[in-house]
Every structure is written in C-alpha cells, then in structure tokens.
Design a protein. Structure first.
Lengths: 223, 223
DNA sequence: TTCATCGTTCGCTCCATGGCGAACCATTTC
DNA sequence: GAAATGGTTCGCCATGGAGCGAACGATGAA
C-alpha cells in the first residue's frame, strides 16, 4: 500500500476521454504517428500535441523521431496491462459488450474508412474492376479513374499530394486489407462531405446516415 | 479491442486526485463511512458526497446504509485490481518508492494520528501510565486525565461527544493498535493546532515541524 | 421529545484545462 | 532553391467541475 504525488499525476494523465482513446489506439500494437492519433481521436493536431506531451511526461508513452514524423508507442508492458485493467472494468459497465459492434461496422483508420464499411467499399471497387490489387499497393484502373471523376473526386489534386497514392492497410477487425493512402483519404472525405457518414460523439465509430445507406447501396452495393 | 462511452465515463471517474485517493483509502481493505473518506482526502463532506456519487455511478464503489452512516467499499475485486494496476504504474514514476516513507512516518487515519508518530505517542502514554490497554479499548487513567488537562485537551467536551471515547485502531503500516476515538481525535486536533504537524500538500502524509519535533520529544520522548 | 450527528442538496465562485486557429520551425521532396 | 507537410508553440475562449458554506431531511442517542 502506498501513495504519493505520482499517483495524482497519473490520475490527471489518464482521466481524459481523448487521452484514454489515444492509449486505446496504441493498444492495437502498432506504433502510430502524431497525426494518426489526432485523426483517430477527432481533435486538431495542436490539441493532440498537448495530450501526447502530457502522456509522455507521465511516462505512459514513448516517442521516437522518424524523419519528420514522430511515432508513439506505449512505454512499457506495465502500461498496457493498466489500460487493459481499465478496459476490463469499463466493459462490465451498464450495457456490456455493446461497444465493439459499431467500431467493427464503420470507423476511421487515420484518415480513411475501415471496418465492414471500408472493406465493403474496397471490395466493391475491386469487383467492378475500378481497383486492382498489387503486391504492395492498390492500382487505380482507367475505368476507376472515370469512376472517381463521376463520384466527385478530383484526381489531379489527389495525385499531387506527397504521399502514397493507394496504399494497402490491414484492417484489424476484418483481417484483410482496405484502401488507404491519398486515394483512400479522398474517398473518405468525399463520403463524409456527402453526409453519408457522421462521426459518433464519444467514440471512434462512424454512423452511416439513411441517405448514406441509399448512396452506398447505389454506388457500391454495400450495406 | 473495444471502446465506447463506458470508457470515457470511467476515465472521468478515475481521473481526479481526490477520487483516486478515495479508492486508495478503500484499498486498505476496511469499509469506510463517508466522513472518513472526506477527512482522509481533506475535503468537505459536501464535496465528498459529490465524489462518492460519481464513483458509485461508475460502479467503482458500492454503498450500504448502516444506521445513519453510509459505508463504502470497492465494488468488485476487479476494481481493486484496476487500482492496483494504476498504483503499479505510479510507483515506477520519476522517483520510485519515495512515496511510502512519509506515509509510514506520520499520517491521518480518519481524524486521529497513525504511522510511527501515532504509534509513538500511544506507546508513550502507555509507558507513562496515562493510558491503559483493555480488551476492546484504551482507558484513560487518573494520571492521564491530569496529563490531558496539562496538555490542553478539554476532557469534558471530549466526553460529551456521542462516540467511543478511546477506541483501538489497527495501524496497517505498524501492525499494532494506536489510539483512536474521540480522545484520539482531540489529541490529534491539539497537536495540529499547536502547529506540531502540517498536512502534506498532495498526500495523506503529515509533516512534523521543527517546533513539533521539540514538543513531541519533550512531552512524549518520540522522534 | 430533544438534540447531535451524518449525509445530502443547493447556490455559488473560481480555477484548470480542453479545444481551436494562426503563426511558426523542421524536414523532406521536387 | 522552393514548396509542401508534420509537428510545435502561442494566445484566446469556453466550459466543466472541484470546492466550500449554509440550509435541510433523516437517523439515532439521551
């Protein structure tokens, strides 16, 4: 049994919805860069920086620089066990095991779509021949270029971004690759600006609106 | 892997210095009444009520009524494990294992003194014959009554309180009984009002002032 | 019955801090 | 070199909520 100032600092560090969601994101094992954590929690980069500094100061996460990126990971396995203990208590809350489902249905993975929604769109584009799967990435076919234009994606502005165009990203809930990279982000942004999906208030999950269900069915045959 | 509103509520419930100290107090095994928790964390009863309600709403503690008292205990062993996991992370902070020492030296146990200080005073009173140990409680001897008067404790007002006069309380760090009850509280209050001890800013621990060291040595031969 | 005492509720103040946008370095890419 | 991007810093606003005191039911002791 003991106490001390450390514990109050720890309490302050852990006791915030955004910060605990950051820890939760890092619990997936992969190290994430700052912007991913900002996107994943739905806050601005500036706000994310403040949170990450506080978590780092409390020795809960560890940061390493890679080029102009800063990648974060959980500091120690002890921290991981602590987060797990918190989750264990959380899931036996009022309505247990209701939480994971919306996440598996639709969520953001960084700046693109994941979950069954992201996989469904990716599959639809593959089936219709708009997208082709290569070893390290997806490739947009000529028919896919036409489809993008039709869907309202400005390919020229997407291509001039300095990042991978159509990367593969492993979906942890579906166990398969979905569309990521600049094209994945542009597609997600378009779907969002069409009002097809909305961010869930206190979760990383997304909600597909009624209009979105119709649109997704018409364009992709999903949902 | 999961998320959800439950986790944000849990984060909010845990993420406060006063509330986490309440959980810490309850980690000592014994169930505590509201006022004990208020005293132990150094807040007013009104503030304590708010905190306890929040902890109860988050299912971290459970309350049962006993007469006009309300006793609180940790809700489940799972919660205890969570608090322990938090402590485990906390103690490997910047300066590890520095925290327990001041607590073992001197602290409040509810409204009376505990730790080596509380034990030392109790032992001194027993050795000098001012206090006598009985099966269920301490007894103040005639010489002890005179001593109290000399020390500045108004015994008449202590006796008219509706609570046990000189209860025995098990010290978890010393593994022996120290003086509690109305007399123990009055003695602690007197020591406090003499400026011999001061509450440590962010801990349950007490600091013995230089003047207190002299006074304690003169009156009790301790420290 | 009368009076303490425990806990709660209410109203209020005040501080911490989460959040953002804008401006600013650092680094990479063309 | 120029341009774009990742991250940080700064200033500001708004709000949540921690804290208290006072007044109020409820319970138990005398």
């Amino acid at each position: 049994m003991n106490a001390g100032p450390d514990l109050t600092m720890l309490a302050g560090a852990v006791g915030d919805a955004t910060r605990i969601r950051m820890l939760e994101l890092l619990m997936e094992g992969r190290a994430l860069v700052a912007k991913e954590l900002a996107f994943g929690t739905g806050v601005s980069p500036a706000t994310a920086t403040a949170h990450l500094q506080r978590l780092e100061q409390a020795r809960l996460i560890r940061a390493t620089r890679q080029g102009r990126n800063k990648v974060f990971r959980l500091a120690t396995p002890t921290v991981a066990r602590m987060v797990e203990a918190l989750m264990t208590v959380a899931v036996r809350g009022p309505r247990a095991s209701a939480a994971p489902e919306p996440l598996r249905a639709a969520r953001y993975c960084y700046d693109h779509l994941a979950g069954r929604l992201g996989m469904g769109i990716t599959d639809a584009l593959l089936r219709s021949g708009h997208l082709s799967l290569r070893r390290r990435a997806f490739v947009l076919t000529p028919s896919g270029e036409a489809w993008c234009q039709d869907f309202g994606i400005d390919l020229s502005s997407v291509r001039e971004q300095r990042r991978h165009f159509a990367h593969r990203c492993l979906d942890w809930s579906e166990r398969r690759d979905h569309l990521a990279g600049a094209l994945g982000a542009a597609l997600a942004a378009r779907v969002f600006s069409l009002g097809w999906v909305e961010r869930q208030p206190d979760s990383r999950g997304l909600i597909v609106t009624p209009g979105g269900q119709r649109g997704l069915k018409r364009h992709f045959g999903v949902l």
